[in-house]
Design a protein around this ligand. Structure first.
Ligand SMILES: *[C@@H]1O[C@H](CO)[C@@H](O)[C@H](O)[C@H]1NC(C)=O
Ligand SMILES: *[C@@H]1O[C@H](CO)[C@@H](O)[C@H](O)[C@H]1NC(C)=O
Ligand SMILES: *[C@@H]1O[C@H](CO)[C@@H](O)[C@H](O)[C@H]1NC(C)=O
Ligand SMILES: *[C@@H]1O[C@H](CO)[C@@H](O)[C@H](O)[C@H]1NC(C)=O
Ligand SMILES: *[C@@H]1O[C@H](CO)[C@@H](O)[C@H](O)[C@H]1NC(C)=O
Ligand SMILES: *[C@@H]1O[C@H](CO)[C@@H](O)[C@H](O)[C@H]1NC(C)=O
Ligand SMILES: *[C@@H]1O[C@H](CO)[C@@H](O)[C@H](O)[C@H]1NC(C)=O
Ligand SMILES: *[C@@H]1O[C@H](CO)[C@@H](O)[C@H](O)[C@H]1NC(C)=O
Ligand SMILES: *[C@@H]1O[C@H](CO)[C@@H](O)[C@H](O)[C@H]1NC(C)=O
Ligand SMILES: *[C@@H]1O[C@H](CO)[C@@H](O)[C@H](O)[C@H]1NC(C)=O
Ligand SMILES: *[C@@H]1O[C@H](CO)[C@@H](O)[C@H](O)[C@H]1NC(C)=O
Ligand SMILES: *[C@@H]1O[C@H](CO)[C@@H](O)[C@H](O)[C@H]1NC(C)=O
Length: 746
């Protein structure tokens, strides 16, 4: 219902086709030159038209002018019709052939002609009784005699003898024959005129005209006057200039027929896109058949003849305006056609698709249907119809992510018929989510949050990608937040969120955010310290790391932070000795820190300084050193060692800075080592010094016997030297500088 009214609204905008009208009550006249008797002519007119022409003041001009009447012709008037034997209308000149009353006459002067002898007989023999005679008729009460000056009316007396009463004394020119007879015209049009001066009082020849017997009149035939123009049963012919005369009905003349113009209507039912049923009204009279002409744009498409009053044209083209004319054919003549312009139903559009779909707009296109179409109407949901002349239409101001039904119908110019609907349902694209943020970055998860877009959304698709665009995670979610899990550690993650509608089938534009998972903690943290420096080394954590952050704390207080450390070690200098330092290492990925890994260590104590030997004897050595700075009371570990004698002795000294080693072997080199000790495990680097006890010299003779296969070889100097060098090397090897010795050759 609503749809229909909308369609109607549109059709108001459409220019309506030409309205076909048929002016009813118009008569057409047909002049036939030929030679038929009045009866034959009338018969022909009745068969092929309506009847012989009835003349009126209105049509006489037209007929006379347009029909080019070249000769006398019959019209639909005769003196006596035997219309209906039972009716009383047998008065002469009273009716036209079609039964119309004779309201108008246009006699040529002198007509109609009456029999002259009858009245003369009555009047001329009954002297002085003319009054009686006239009164007997009961029709004429006054007689008027007069003559005219006109040439051919000179001797005629025109009498009002219609018997229609005194009142009709007015003399009117209603014949159109000029002033010459102005005084003598009977306004009723039924006047009789005689050619005699003597007034006849009878009304009509056919009426009772018996002379009154009591008057004693003796009719005497008076044949002195001529009756040549008198015709007993005359028919009326029209002269070519319009005036009427009586003629014998058997004369062969031309004739004029008339016919009421036929006005009928063609109606169209059962309209489809390729056919319609046409029905029309029957034509008047004896219609031989109907000729149906079907035109498109004035081009004749089909022409058929049928006796039926319906016709069903088939194989029509949809959406086309067909103009139909149905001509009733009578006597081989086309009557005024019944006409109709109708449109076949246009075919429905096909392949309706949405070519562009955005969040708020849709561009539709479709295929033009076979056949013709003048325009299309497009409807979105239940809104108004929009008109389009082309096979596409953009629709905007839609809500994102919402299901819409788009309907297209095709129409024709006059809006009288519409094609079937073609519809598609589709979802507009959902909007883009906004304010996408990441929080709670862990080693394998990220917490996402976002603001839902405008319009309708049934869910979201959340996708996580790594740098090489491998999908790490893809899930849908209904609420605007999601914990993305199962991610690799310490990795740059691209996160995409798109809104979904119609389940998951329609997806909006994606919003992207980049963030990092937290890297894993480092491992194998090893600290190496000296008395004033510390070196931390570690193994890398999992993931793509950008750097490390290393923090140094002393007794829980931050000493320094090293950012952007890219090597797997960090060296700290200038530290306090013998202090408990803590090193904390974070791996960094993006801006995300791993969980910390920490270790603590003490820096070493400072070694003593200025270790010197101050006294040496044969069996003891005394040495001294200075305590390291900032140590008031220190413990020292002193080690005395002689590798030669495999002698080693360790002494722990408390708060002494000198030491005398006793019971030593003379002439031996001793190594001394002194360390500062803080805890049993921690001691400082050693300071060392070496010294020899005084030698207690003894001489030992060595004699060597030389024997040789070669004569006198032993006696040569070179050999002796060589042997001596070998011997020296041997002693050096055995003793080194560990004890005092000298080798001399004698
Ligand atoms: C009248 O009829 C005759 C014979 O019937 C014919 O020869 C003549 O042509 C006709 N005249 C006209 C005007 O038809
Ligand atoms: C009458 O004659 C005129 C001019 O000769 C002509 O145009 C017209 O068609 C004729 N009418 C008929 C009915 O023959
Ligand atoms: C005469 O009139 C009667 C009654 O009006 C009618 O039934 C009859 O058909 C008429 N006859 C003729 C010949 O017109
Ligand atoms: C006849 O007409 C003449 C003038 O035309 C008039 O004088 C005379 O009275 C008329 N006669 C009658 C009887 O009316
Ligand atoms: C008058 O009648 C005579 C004979 O009756 C005729 O010759 C003459 O043509 C007629 N005049 C007119 C104008 O009709
Ligand atoms: C006329 O109508 C009849 C029945 O309604 C049908 O059989 C016939 O084919 C029709 N003729 C034409 C020419 O349409
Ligand atoms: C209509 O078209 C069909 C198929 O093209 C054809 O078979 C049929 O004869 C056509 N009918 C008419 C009336 O042209
Ligand atoms: C519908 O349109 C598409 C693209 O315009 C075309 O490829 C397809 O063939 C069409 N289908 C029909 C049934 O017309
Ligand atoms: C909605 O989703 C279903 C299932 O995916 C699909 O079949 C249907 O065509 C979709 N509806 C619209 C209007 O796109
Ligand atoms: C998105 O964030 C901006 C600032 O970050 C804020 O002004 C705006 O209101 C937020 N939008 C929504 C819908 O929360
Ligand atoms: C990345 O994650 C960190 C830590 O959760 C957060 O502070 C930062 O805002 C995030 N960056 C973006 C672009 O969301
Ligand atoms: C971060 O995670 C913790 C523990 O999983 C949770 O309690 C907290 O609410 C989360 N913070 C945000 C902003 O999601």
């Amino acid at each position: 219902m609503g749809e229909l009214s909308l369609k109607c609204k549109v059709s108001i905008l459409i220019s309506w086709a030409l309205v076909l009208t048929c002016s009813a009550a118009k008569q057409d006249y047909f002049f036939h030159s030929g030679n038929l008797t009045w009866e034959q002519a009338r018969n022909h007119c009745q068969v092929c038209y309506q009847d012989l022409a009835t003349l009126t003041p209105e049509n006489i001009q037209t007929i006379a002018k347009e029909q080019n009447i070249t000769s006398d012709c019959w019209i639909g008037l005769r003196k006596n019709f035997d219309y209906n034997s039972t009716s009383n209308s047998s008065m002469p000149w009273s009716r036209w052939a079609n039964g119309d009353p004779l309201l108008f006459q246009n006699w040529y002067p002198g007509w109609p002609v009456f029999r002259s002898s009858l009245p003369k007989r009555y009047c001329c023999t009954c002297q002085g009784t003319s009054q009686d005679a006239t009164s007997l008729t009961g029709l004429a009460e006054e007689t008027t005699e007069n003559t005219t000056n006109m040439s051919n009316f000179t001797d005629q007396t025109v009498t009002d003898s219609t018997g229609l009463g005194e009142s009709i004394q007015t003399v009117t020119d209603s014949t159109g024959f000029g002033e010459s007879i102005q005084t003598v015209t009977d306004s009723t049009g039924f006047g009789e005129s005689t050619s005699q001066n003597i007034t006849p009082i009878t009304a009509a020849p056919t009426m009772t005209t018996q002379p009154p017997a009591e008057a004693g009149c003796v009719p005497i035939l008076d044949l002195s006057e001529s009756d040549t123009n008198f015709i007993e049963d005359s028919c009326v012919a029209m002269l070519s200039f319009g005036a009427w005369v009586e003629k014998n009905c058997w004369e062969l003349l031309s004739y004029i027929c008339y016919e009421d113009r036929f006005c009928g209507e063609v109606t169209m039912t059962d309209r489809t896109s390729d056919s319609a049923v046409l029905t029309w009204e029957p034509g008047p009279g004896d219609i031989s058949h109907y000729r149906v002409e079907v035109r498109v744009n004035k081009t004749l498409k089909t022409e058929i003849q049928t006796k039926n009053l319906t016709y069903k044209p088939v194989n029509l083209t949809g959406g086309t305006g067909y103009s139909v004319q149905v001509f009733p054919v009578k006597c081989g003549r086309d009557l005024n056609p019944q006409e109709l312009l109708f449109y076949t139903t246009p075919d429905k559009v096909s392949n309706l698709t949405a070519t562009i779909v955005t969040e708020t707009s849709v561009h539709l296109s479709w295929n033009r249907p076979a056949g013709n179409v003048d325009f299309y109407l497009i409807k979105v949901q239940d809104t108004d119809w929009n008109k389009s002349k082309t096979e596409s239409q953009g629709v905007d101001k839609l809500t994102p992510g919402t299901c819409y039904t788009f309907t297209v119908i095709s129409g024709v110019l006059d809006g009288s018929t519409w094609s079937e609907e073609t519809s598609i349902e589709l979802y507009t694209k959902p909007g883009k989510v906004s304010n996408l943020t990441v929080s709670n970055n862990t080693m394998n998860s990220l917490q996402l949050k976002w603001v839902p877009p405008e319009g309708r959304v049934t869910g979201y698709r959340v996708v996580a990608l790594n740098d090489r665009n491998h999908i790490l995670y893809s899930e849908t979610e209904e609420t605007p937040e999601k914990k993305v899990t199962g991610l690799p550690m310490g990795t740059k993650i691209t996160l995409r969120v798109s809104a979904l509608t119609n389940g998951t089938s329609r997806e909006g534009d994606t919003t992207t955010v980049v963030n990092y998972t937290a890297p894993g903690p480092i491992s194998n943290l090893v600290l190496n310290s000296t008395y004033n420096s510390l070196t931390a080394k570690w193994s890398p954590s999992e993931g793509n790391l950008s750097s490390y952050t290393v923090k140094l704390q002393l007794d829980g207080t931050l000493v320094t932070t090293a950012n952007n450390v890219t090597k797997l070690m960090k060296h700290f200098d200038g530290l306090m000795n013998a202090a408990n330092y803590t090193v904390i290492v974070y791996a960094i990925s993006g801006h995300i820190k791993s969980s910390p890994v920490a270790d603590s260590t003490f820096t070493k104590p400072s070694p003593p300084t200025d270790l010197i030997v101050i006294n040496t004897s044969k069996n003891q050595i005394t040495f001294q050193w200075k305590a390291p700075v900032n140590i008031s009371k220190a413990t020292y570990s002193v080690k005395i060692n002689s590798s030669f004698w495999k002698y080693s002795k360790v002494e722990t000294l408390y708060n002494k800075t000198s030491y005398t080693s006793e019971g030593l072997i003379s002439g031996t080199k001793y190594d001394f080592e002194v360390r500062t000790i803080t805890t049993p495990e921690e001691s400082s680097d050693p300071v060392t010094v070496s010294n020899c006890t005084e030698p207690d010299k003894r001489e030992i003779g060595l004699s060597m016997l030389c024997s040789s296969a070669e004569i006198l070889l032993c006696d040569t100097t070179t050999t002796r030297k060589s042997v001596f060098e070998q011997l020296k090397a041997h002693f050096n090897n055995q003793l080194g500088d560990n004890i005092f010795w000298e080798l001399e050759e004698n």
